[in-house]
Ligand binder design. Sequence first.
Ligand code: HEM
Length: 135
Amino acid sequence: MTAALMAETGLDEAVLRKLVHRFYSRVRADQMLGPIFATRITDWTPHLERMVAFWSSVALMTGQYHGRPVPAHTPLPIDAAHFDRWLALFRATAEETCTPAGAAHVMERAERIAHSLHIAVVSAQGCPAAPPKLF
Ligand code: HEM
């Protein structure tokens, strides 16, 4: 399965590593997204390794990632505009780093996951952990 996906998309570990590193350089320099990451990530080395494993699992089905993305995002101060910005930066990076088929492959997955994360964030924001005080 992984070999077939690599052949179809031109993606491999080296391309995904370049994609992740370039993408997070852009994110860190971005006025909207940079501060959200800066307050939560002090050591970027493990985060970048985790994200390479994530994209390897998502794009090439290698099973390298074992984390839980939803609880990492539900406490963040983010809305639709942040997801749009994230996707715009990811698309620009994918188009300059991957083949056209590879960029389309990772974008299709990024859009689907961003949509699910957005729904999870909105529903968490609408359901405060503590019930309202009635008296
Ligand atoms: C609004 C846009 C987004 C922001 C601001 C954001 C921010 C963050 C931050 C700050 C973390 C680190 C959390 C921590 O370790 O405490 C994180 C982790 C992560 N993000 Fe995002 N993210 C966004 C969208 C996305 C999208 C669209 C994806 C996937 C396509 C994604 C995938 C991940 C993954 C896999 C992790 C690691 C979770 C873990 O295993 O701990 N993020 N994100």
